[in-house]
Design a protein around this ligand. Structure first.
Ligand SMILES: N#CCCn1cc(-c2nc(Nc3ccc(C4CCNCC4)cc3)nc3c2CCN3)cn1
Length: 305
């Protein structure tokens, strides 16, 4: 695309959608897998001299679930979001040959929060964690203001831009709440990340801002557990449920222990006030859970102390 200074700004000064030409895209390495797609590191190098910018390119995975329509929705979603705490849309790349298209986004050099915390555990203290938590909370508050429900909030979908900035990514499951309802009901649950799901999402496929609050509580748990894999949510829940469970009954057992008020245990060195914030996010019924603005205020207060 044209550098910003030369880009013709439309009347609304809305940046026009940038189209990246496939012939200038240089594949570098794989970055990860999201919902319905894989993400690759590329350099967009129209001058052919390796001075081009690094970008993250999400390609549609041609498999049964994903289809171009869902991908188009994901592109329209991320294109409509303008927030410092949400990964930035850069444009699309059409590959006519394969009649498919790719989503071009800003490249975040540090990768997912899980990997970052595993590698940088020694110099990330509680204050830094609270900064990350507050940024995720602000991003979610913005998403809510746009009537979007993310539906796949987890540390694996939080990306690290720098030592002091994280961003929400992967809008493959994001839905818009209809104007006349408080929730979105999903017809095809697909492979659901049930250990990050609120009870009503498991039992009734109902998703709302309050179910995103539940998942935010699980992300707080991952954060303050430094994303240690031996205390990740799935592992802790399966220990409680009993590892000998299979298939459908796992989600029913999960809902049962949640009904009995069992919750993920406090991470080893988690401040009591933060753990109580998590347990508030895990109110069994949606209306018990706090709003993102309340959570944001509580996190800010904790940062001041
Ligand atoms: N979310 C979500 C799930 C889908 N997904 C999205 C991305 C993604 N990754 C990055 N950056 C990134 C990623 C991995 C590394 C690792 C790679 C292995 N070697 C060590 C370093 C480094 C940097 N930047 C992005 C994106 C999307 C927009 N910008 C990756 N998977």
């Amino acid at each position: 695309p044209l550098p910003d200074r030369d880009r013709a700004l439309g009347p609304s000064h809305q940046q026009d959608q940038s189209v990246y030409e496939e012939r200038h895209l240089r594949y570098i390495s794989p970055l990860g897998k999201g919902n319905f797609g894989s993400v690759e590191l590329c350099r967009y190098d129209p001058l052919g001299d390796n001075t081009g910018e690094l970008i993250a390119v999400k390609k549609l995975q041609p498999n049964k679930q994903s289809n171009l329509e869902d991908f188009q929705k994901e592109i329209n979603t991320i294109r409509s979001l303008h927030c410092d705490y949400i990964v930035k849309y850069r444009g699309v790349c059409y590959s006519m040959g394969r009649l498919s298209m790719s989503l071009v986004m800003e490249y975040l050099p540090y990768g997912s929060l899980i990997r970052y915390l595993e590698k940088n555990r020694q110099h990330v203290n509680n204050r830094r964690m609270l900064l990350f938590a507050s940024q995720i909370c602000k991003g979610l508050e913005y998403l809510q203001s746009m009537r979007y429900v993310h539906r796949d909030l987890a540390a694996r979908n939080i990306l690290v831009a720098s030592d002091t900035l994280v961003k929400i990514a992967d809008f493959g499951l994001t839905k818009i709440i209809p104007f006349d309802k408080e929730y979105y009901r999903v017809t095809h649950p697909g492979e659901s990340p049930i250990f990050w799901y609120a009870p009503e999402s498991i039992t009734e496929s109902k998703f709302s801002h309050k179910s995103d609050v539940w998942s935010f509580g699980v992300v707080l748990h991952e954060l303050f557990s430094y994303c240690e894999h031996n205390c990740n949510p799935k592992r802790l829940y399966m220990q409680e449920i009993g590892n000998d469970m299979q298939g459908l009954s796992i989600s029913m057992h999960l809902v049962d222990i949640l009904k009995d008020n069992w919750r993920l245990p406090a991470p080893p060195i988690c401040p009591p006030r933060i753990y109580s914030m998590m347990t508030m996010c895990w109110g069994y019924s949606a209306e018990e859970r706090p709003t993102f603005s309340t959570l944001g205020d509580q996190i800010e207060t904790s940062i001041q102390d």
